[in-house]
Design a binder for this molecule. Structure first.
Ligand SMILES: C[S@@+](CC[C@H](N)C(=O)[O-])C[C@H]1O[C@@H](n2cnc3c(N)ncnc32)[C@H](O)[C@@H]1O
Length: 282
């Protein structure tokens, strides 16, 4: 799967991002359960480890000792940084895997399941068809009471060539397509968040709420992928039509304000990303 060249992960020890704070708060409530003595945490596309950069302040030593942390990313330099941070956190254990997201299911040991899976600030960098296939694989990797935490931006303050941010409504529609075809009528409820420079969405999926077995997901895989293909095709075409309308207007009337100039640039980037995404869908 091609990795976009403008991709970059941040690492600022002094700066805790709200999405990481939310994920750790969720996990802290699991760790506080006196019956829980071991938590397997998979951090997909972990970047440089920003989410664990303040963990010695966010979680008690006692609770960190319950965690086996699995970091996973395609960037070797980033994974070295993550290893160094993880080494100082007194985890029960940590394992760092290097690989493409689309291969995570083959790279991780077959019988390994997770209590907590995070994938933050990543969705916009992956083709929606691939990303949703990854989500399908991730759901099957959750323990019976496991939780998945997803977060991404609806738009990027610094546009990246080839990146395609999805809206909360897009992710809802696509995740529910997976669930519906597998036989679950569970409705996911993404939250949206307005930040100073962008808007984001988050989604928590509790495995035990889905009411459908892994066997059903496996049996329905071909149908799920076909249904996703259709939904994503419709979604991309609709976005392209809207994007063209915006660009048509700017072509005819120009831009008058700095906000409009910004919107023009965002739409130009989006136009390219949508074209590429549609090309890669065929
Ligand atoms: C914006 S960073 C987010 C990092 C981290 N999750 C965070 O919240 O700070 C996106 C990450 O996705 C990784 N990535 C992008 N495409 C990937 C792929 N196809 N396979 C694995 N990792 C990928 C990049 O290497 C980068 O570390």
């Amino acid at each position: 799967m091609p990795v976009i060249g403008d991709s970059s992960a941040i690492l600022e020890f002094e700066k805790m991002l709200p999405q990481h704070q939310a994920a750790i708060t969720l996990m802290n409530s699991v760790l506080q359960n006196p019956l829980v003595d071991k938590v397997n945490w998979l951090d997909l596309a972990c970047g440089k480890g920003q989410i664990i950069s303040q963990l010695n302040e966010n979680l008690t030593l006692e609770n960190r000792k319950k965690i086996t942390y699995y970091g996973y990313d395609i960037n070797v330099d980033y994974t070295k940084i993550v290893s160094k941070i993880a080494d100082n956190l007194n985890f029960m254990d940590y394992v760092i895997h290097i690989g493409d997201l689309s291969s995570f299911d083959n790279i991780l040991p077959k019988d390994l399941k997770f209590d907590f899976i995070t994938c933050t600030n990543v969705t916009h960098e992956i083709h929606p068809q691939k990303f949703l296939e990854i989500i399908l694989g991730v759901i099957k990797r959750l323990n019976a009471y496991g939780q998945l935490f997803l977060y991404d931006m609806e738009s990027l303050s610094n546009p990246e060539l080839g990146a395609l941010p999805l809206k909360a409504s897009d992710i809802k529609r696509l995740v529910e397509t997976i669930l519906r075809v597998a036989g679950s009528d569970f409705k996911v409820c993404p939250s949206t968040w307005s930040h100073r420079t962008c808007k984001g969405w988050s989604l928590v999926i509790n495995r035990n709420y889905l009411g459908v077995s892994n066997d059903n997901f496996v049996k329905s895989t071909t149908k799920i992928l076909d249904a996703l293909h259709n939904e994503i095709g419709m979604m991309l075409n609709m976005k392209l039509t809207e994007c063209k309308q915006v660009l048509d207007t700017f072509t005819s009337y120009g831009t008058e304000t700095s906000d409009e100039e910004e919107q023009k640039m965002t739409s130009l980037y989006e136009f390219w990303s949508l074209h590429k995404a549609l090309e890669d869908l065929i």
